[in-house]
Structures are given as structure tokens and as C-alpha cells.
Design a protein around this ligand. Structure first.
Ligand SMILES: Nc1ncnc2c1ncn2[C@@H]1O[C@H](COP(=O)(O)OP(=O)(O)O)[C@@H](O)[C@H]1O
Ligand SMILES: [Mg+2]
Length: 243
């Protein structure tokens, strides 16, 4: 379970990133975070990996306050929470296999476990046969599949994706969505910031709409509609049974 409790984030110069966000995301849920550019989606995700700290309020993961993670044990949080980005962030001088294996090397896993762990996630994303290629030898969709494999190889409970299909054509985007759905089916909580109306509408998953830093809609089977006149939802973060 993830909770945001009255979380606000102000950037230097008092620029609001998020304003008084209260929401609960149960373990195993699949959630879309939608909203126009600049509404606070990336801020929400960066707070969850403690790349940013809240200006006010608390965030918990598995009932632990993540502000308690500091320089000494932040790696424990990063092990629980994997993240993928629109621009993949792969190391170009390492192969697909090496990009993914790095995560397990940092965890100090033995070589046999690394080989097995990397091959397992490569099978899941359908890239086992491309393991010895370098990122620039891949299509954009394959690069994103590599970055998903890297994000899940350590077995995180939570996978975050910041506009993961933003650089992809529709068919490739659906391939990525299928993989994220499969990761969720295996028990991982998945939270996706997305601009892709077609995907959000067809997936019919819980959808949180952010507008100017506030959550203005929380629908169980959401669809993509950005409402200029939306008001923040009542505190408590409960979502409609259906819509
Ligand atoms: N590093 C930063 N410094 C100052 N303001 C920022 C920074 N990052 C984001 N913001 C501001 O916070 C607000 C939310 O941004 P962001 O979370 O990136 O939105 P989104 O991901 O929905 O496009 C915007 O007004 C943005 O300009
Ligand atoms: Mg963003």
C-alpha cells in the first residue's frame, strides 16, 4: 500500500509541484496518472522514489514513512520501487544484458543468479535473442522493453513509469502496455504517468487526474478527459466505485 497524506511539494521560488495530495494506492493495483504537461505527474513519481522530498505531508510505502529513508538506506527503497522513463536512460556502451545485469551486480548477487535473473526478465519482455546487442542497435520499443526489464529485475513491489510510451508509435506502445499489464498480473503495483488517451480509455484501469498539482478526479475505470473546471476531490482519496 502506498499513501500520500496531505503531500505538497514546492520547488525553489515557491513553484508548486503538488498541492495537498491525499491518495491511497493498494498493493497490486494498476493506476494511470494523467493530466496536462506541468500538472505534477513527474513530481508525484519522483517523490515516490525519494528523488524529491515533500515540502509538507508524508508518503508511506508498506506503512513505512519514506522520509525515514536517507543516504544510508535509500537503496532499500530503490529496491522496492522500480522506474522507467520516456527516454529509457540506458547506458549506450553496454549491451542489453549488461544494462540489466548491473542492477543485480550492485545488489552483490552471485554470477549464476545474475545470469538467471536477467534471462528471466528478458524472456518476460521478449528480448532474450537481443541480449548481446547495444541500445542503439534496438528499436525504440525494444529500448523501452530493456528499460522495463532493468526496472523489474531486482523484483520491486512497485513499478513506476513516466510517460513510457511517449516516444513510441501506437502499435509499439500497446506492446509496452501489455508488458506492464503482465508485470501487474504477476503482483507488482504499477503506476503509469501517461498522455496517451487511447491507451487510458481502452485499459479501463483506475485513473487519477492531476491538474495544477491537485488530484481532481479519481475513477475506478477511468477515461481520459481533461476538465478545465475540475475541482480537487474530497480528502481521503477514495475513488468512485465505477464511472
Ligand atoms: N526542478 C524543478 N524546478 C522548478 N519547478 C519545477 C521543477 N520540476 C517541475 N517543476 C514545476 O512543477 C510543476 C509540475 O511539473 P511536473 O511534475 O514535471 O509535471 P508533469 O510531469 O505533469 O508535466 C510545473 O509547474 C513545473 O514547471
Ligand atoms: Mg512529466
Amino acid at each position: 500500500m502506498i499513501t500520500f497524506n496531505n503531500v505538497s511539494k514546492y520547488y525553489p521560488g515557491k513553484i508548486p509541484g503538488l498541492i495537498d495530495v491525499t491518495v491511497e494506492i493498494p498493493a497490486g493495483e494498476f493506476v494511470f496518472l494523467i493530466g496536462p504537461s506541468g500538472s505534477g505527474k513527474t513530481t508525484f513519481l519522483r517523490l515516490l522514489i525519494r528523488d524529491l522530498v515533500p515540502s509538507k505531508g508524508t508518503i508511506t510505502v508498506d506503512s513505512g514513512d519514506i522520509s525515514k529513508f536517507n543516504g544510508g538506506n535509500i537503496h532499500l527503497l530503490r529496491r522496492k520501487v522500480g522506474i522507467v522513463f520516456q527516454d529509457f536512460k540506458l547506458l549506450l556502451d553496454r549491451t542489453v544484458f549488461e544494462n540489466i545485469a548491473m542492477v543485480l551486480e550492485i545488489l552483490g548477487k552471485p554470477e549464476r543468479d545474475i545470469e538467471q535473473g536477467v534471462m528471466n526478465v528478458l524472456e518476460l519482455v521478449g528480448l532474450a535473442d537481443k541480449r548481446n546487442l547495444f541500445p542503439l542497435q534496438l528499436s525504440a520499443g525494444e529500448m523501452q522493453r530493456t528499460s522495463i526489464a532493468r526496472a523489474i529485475v531486482g523484483g520491486p513491489k512497485i513499478l513506476l513509469a513516466d510517460e513510457p510510451t511517449g516516444n513510441l508509435d501506437p502499435e509499439t506502445a500497446w506492446g509496452i502496455m501489455d508488458i506492464l499489464k503482465e508485470v501487474n498480473d504477476l503482483g507488482t503495483t504499477v503506476i503509469i504517468a501517461s498522455h496517451n488517451a487511447d491507451i487510458v480509455n481502452k485499459m479501463k484501469k483506475r485513473t487519477l487526474t492531476i491538474h495544477q498539482g491537485a488530484i481532481v478526479r479519481d475513477e475506478a475505470k477511468g477515461h481520459y478527459h481533461l476538465d478545465k473546471h475540475a475541482k480537487p476531490v474530497a480528502k481521503g482519496g477514495k475513488h468512485d466505485a465505477n464511472h
